[in-house]
Ligand binder design. Structure first.
Ligand code: G
Ligand code: MN
Length: 450
């Protein structure tokens, strides 16, 4: 394969410039992504009377597979493999230019002469990518995915389009046809995620954007609520209410989770300290991220906050979700032990929905266990879930942990939990999350002082 492939663009940004060539004996000659972006921009403004211009992104295999190949065979092998695949694609046009989008992700511009022509090309591309692949005598089994985007109908910026078409390629790999069209909702979701992340820092210093809602935790033995969970709420000035399920995972993927958790802790502890000064001795429960446990000064900052508000650590509970993994489990464990030694309570949240529940239970020095509402919701009529929850309660008690059932919405479920010696219940049956003032009014009404 010594033939050299030339960019054959006509009328686009590359014509008239130095001819860029891709030589398949030299894989690095696949063109740079920046050049593809320029091609996309120019194609978006082109008007063809009959045909269409498409951006095609081919994910040769998923990134895990790429890692496996590098680990086992090295880079040269991976490059050879890519070359073989690209040669299989030259039926489109013998002079087709290809561009690197990611490791094993290749983009190109495809021009169809008629609107219908493209629809017959995608299956051909898929057939080419499904051909058995033998590299240096070794059969390799990988699943490719094709993402396509009609550039003449695409209203959004080139970078967003490329990202969305790449994601379409991932969807394509999972589809029986092997290809998927670019979904503008994806592009929209990514822009939205980017906006949210960019706005978090500002929201922390703008009054009214982030707020805490408070939800009671009832002691099942006495019926009294002597703990309260602080739940973060975000009212974004342009996008409205954003749920924590949407923004927390985004923030957790960045260093901003450090500031955000601290923001929540400061507000929650300061609020609880006021309640204590008012003789409402409630315990405050705050969610933290497993990421926070990698911060060197996490324990010290909490100690400083408690000191600042003269707040008894035994009235603070830190909850983290068992669905999130620890970057370094042994460091996390030692930080949790330090917090426990200070008197702070630790609880495992979302229990029974993670992948490693038993090991978490055995290894993490927590003194509270919260059974997730996605498990509790099956209690009314599912005997296996009833047995499961009964057993979890028993198991936790064997380990000196107290058990909280989340998402308790009916008396029937509350009574079951009571009969099984579950310690606490949280959920709409007890109360809805509400702002601090409303919470304390509800509290005073529900539990009048003697
Ligand atoms: O699983 P996690 O602890 O993240 O759940 C907390 C969320 O669950 C809060 O945002 C709260 O609004 C919601 N929530 C609280 N009580 C209930 C309930 O009884 N049922 C359901 N479905 N959700 C609840
Ligand atoms: Mn939960």
């Amino acid at each position: 394969m010594s033939e050299s492939i030339q960019s054959d663009r006509q009328g686009g940004v590359l014509s008239g410039e130095t001819v860029v060539t891709a030589d398949f004996d030299n894989p690095t000659a696949v063109l740079e992504r920046a050049l593809l972006l320029r091609e996309i921009v120019s194609a978006q403004t082109e008007k063809l009377p009959e045909g269409h211009i498409f951006l095609v992104v081919i994910n040769i295999a998923d990134t895990n597979h790429y890692d496996d190949i590098i680990r086992t065979f090295g880079y040269k092998f991976a490059d050879d493999l890519l070359n073989i695949r690209l040669a299989d694609l030259l039926f489109i046009h013998k002079n087709q230019s290809f561009f690197h989008v990611g490791f094993w992700s290749i983009g190109f511009i495809y021009r169809s002469r008629t609107a219908g022509e493209a629809n017959s090309v995608w299956p051909l591309l898929n057939d080419a990518l499904a051909k058995p692949l033998i590299c240096r005598g070794i059969p390799i089994s990988i699943t490719a995915g094709i993402g396509v985007c009609d550039l003449m109908k695409s209203p959004i910026a080139a970078e967003d389009l490329l990202q969305a078409t790449y994601l379409a390629g991932q969807a394509g790999a999972a589809s029986p046809t092997g290809w998927a069209e670019c979904n503008y909702d994806h592009a929209h979701d990514h822009r939205r995620a980017f906006t949210l992340i960019s706005d978090v820092s500002n929201a922390m210093i703008t009054p009214g954007e982030f707020k805490l809602a408070y939800q009671a935790r009832a002691t099942l033995r006495t019926g009294k609520a002597d703990a309260v969970e602080a739940l973060l709420r975000w009212h974004h000035p342009a996008l409205g209410r954003i749920t924590p399920d949407e923004f927390i995972p985004l923030v957790e993927a960045t260093g901003l989770i450090r500031d955000l958790t601290f923001w929540v802790l400061s507000y929650a502890i300061s609020q609880a300290a006021k309640w204590h000064a008012d003789n409402h001795k409630v315990k405050i429960c705050v969610k933290i991220s497993t990421k926070n446990l990698a911060e060197d000064d996490f324990v010290n900052r909490i100690a400083a906050l408690l000191e600042l508000h003269k707040f008894n650590p035994e009235f603070l509970e830190l909850e983290f979700s068992e669905r999130r993994s620890f970057a370094n489990p042994s460091i996390a464990r030692s930080r949790l032990l330090e917090l426990r030694a200070m008197g702070v309570n630790i609880s495992i949240d979302d229990f029974a929905t993670g992948k490693d529940s038993f090991r978490t239970l055995a290894n993490i020095p927590a003194n509270f266990l919260k059974i997730d509402r996605r498990i509790i919701k099956f209690l009314p009529d599912n005997l296996r879930y009833q047995a499961l929850v009964r057993s979890i309660i028993h198991m936790a008690h064997e380990m000196d942990m107290l058990v909280v059932a989340e998402g308790v919405e009916t008396f029937a479920v509350q009574e079951m939990l009571q009969a099984w010696n579950c310690d606490f219940a949280e959920g709409y049956l007890i109360n809805w999350p509400m702002p601090a003032d409303a919470f304390i009014s509800w509290f005073n009404e529900t539990y009048p002082r003697e």
